[in-house]
Each structure stands twice: as structure tokens, then as C-alpha cells.
Design a protein around this ligand. Structure first.
Ligand code: HEC
Length: 154
């Protein structure tokens, strides 16, 4: 019995090291058209979105240490890839109608408190939004979307 336990104890670190060969790639591709540069929101709105959304929805992800270590690396990389695919602040549309629709979606997920995900804010307290921050972003996205729509109607 003791011998068996010892063998398992010896095998575990080896398994852990082998697991590290499965770490998925963490990429930060070049930014195509940054939302903050293109849409020029007020500084506090920009700061809130950068802190709460950019890790999963931009090409400027700050990869935490646990994104480098399997098995947590699988979850983090999958989340970022999924997030970028659905919504990407580093590929902001030039077209006003499309940009306005994107702003609507930001407004929506904040309204329903869907984003940032709770599993993320649990580990990133700096990304937790206060009601004041959420309202500031929502007021601005609404006004900016209206402005874009009006500009295309002229
Ligand atoms: C932990 C990573 C993570 C963070 C942080 C995060 N998101 Fe997401 N977001 C995702 C993932 C993954 C999806 C796609 C799956 C889903 O809808 O849950 C998503 C979906 C979305 C969608 C829906 C896209 C669609 O298909 O309609 C929007 C809009 C969005 N996020 C905006 C935001 C905003 C705004 C913030 C910051 C306030 C934010 N997200 C923070 C991971 C994240």
C-alpha cells in the first residue's frame, strides 16, 4: 500500500509537467481599429471598458499567470477566443450603422448585468462595475449610438 502511494506521489509531478505541454497558445494579434481611438469616449468611460472588457474582447489581453498553467490555461484561452469572436473592441467598424449596433449591444449587456462575467470579476475585483460606472457607460453608448445614426440619416 505504502509503495503504491509512493509511486502515485512520484507520478503526479510528472503528469503535471506533461500536462503543461497541452497549454494552448495565448495570442495578442495586432489591433486593427481600436474602439477607444475610433469612438473617442470620455476618459472614465474608456477606462471602465478597458478595465472590465478588454481582457476578453480585445487584442490587448493581459494574460494572468494561471492562463499559462494547465488546466486553468484551457479555460482562460477558450474564454478569450470566444469573447473576441463574439465582440472585438480591437476591430471596431468604420461603418456608422454597424458601430451604432455594437454600442447598442454594449448597452444591452450592461443593462442586463451580463458582462463582465461573474467568474471574471471574482478574480478581477478591478473589473467590478459600480452602478455609477455602469450608468456612465450606458448613457454614453446610448448618446453615441444616436449620434452615429443621425449622422447616417443626413
Ligand atoms: C471573462 C471574459 C469576458 C469579459 C471580461 C467580458 N466578456 Fe463579454 N463575452 C465573453 C464571452 C465568452 C462571450 C460570448 C459568450 C456569451 O455570450 O456568454 C461574451 C459576449 C459578449 C457580448 C455578446 C456578443 C453577442 O454575440 O451578442 C457582448 C456585447 C459583450 N460580451 C460585451 C462585453 C462588455 C461590454 C464587457 C465589459 C463590461 C465584457 N463583455 C466583458 C467574455 C467576456
Amino acid at each position: 500500500m505504502k509503495k503504491k502511494l509512493k509511486r502515485i506521489a512520484l507520478a503526479l509531478p510528472v503528469l503535471f509537467l506533461l500536462l503543461q505541454l497541452t497549454n494552448p497558445a495565448r495570442t495578442n494579434p495586432p489591433v486593427k481599429r481600436d474602439f477607444i481611438v475610433a469612438a473617442n469616449p470620455p476618459a472614465e468611460v474608456a477606462a471602465t471598458i478597458r478595465a472590465a472588457c478588454y481582457d476578453c474582447h480585445s487584442h490587448e489581453t493581459q494574460w494572468p499567470i494561471y492562463s499559462r498553467i494547465a488546466p486553468s490555461s484551457w479555460l482562460v484561452v477558450a474564454d478569450v477566443n470566444d469573447g473576441r469572436e463574439h465582440f472585438n473592441f480591437s476591430d471596431w467598424p468604420e461603418d456608422s450603422t454597424r458601430a451604432a449596433k455594437k454600442l447598442d449591444r454594449v448597452n444591452e449587456v450592461l443593462d442586463y448585468k451580463e458582462m463582465p462575467p461573474k467568474k471574471y470579476t471574482a478574480l478581477h475585483p478591478e473589473a467590478r462595475l459600480t452602478d455609477v460606472q455602469r450608468k456612465a457607460v450606458m448613457d454614453w453608448t446610448e448618446a453615441a449610438a444616436d449620434k452615429l445614426r443621425n449622422s447616417t440619416n443626413n
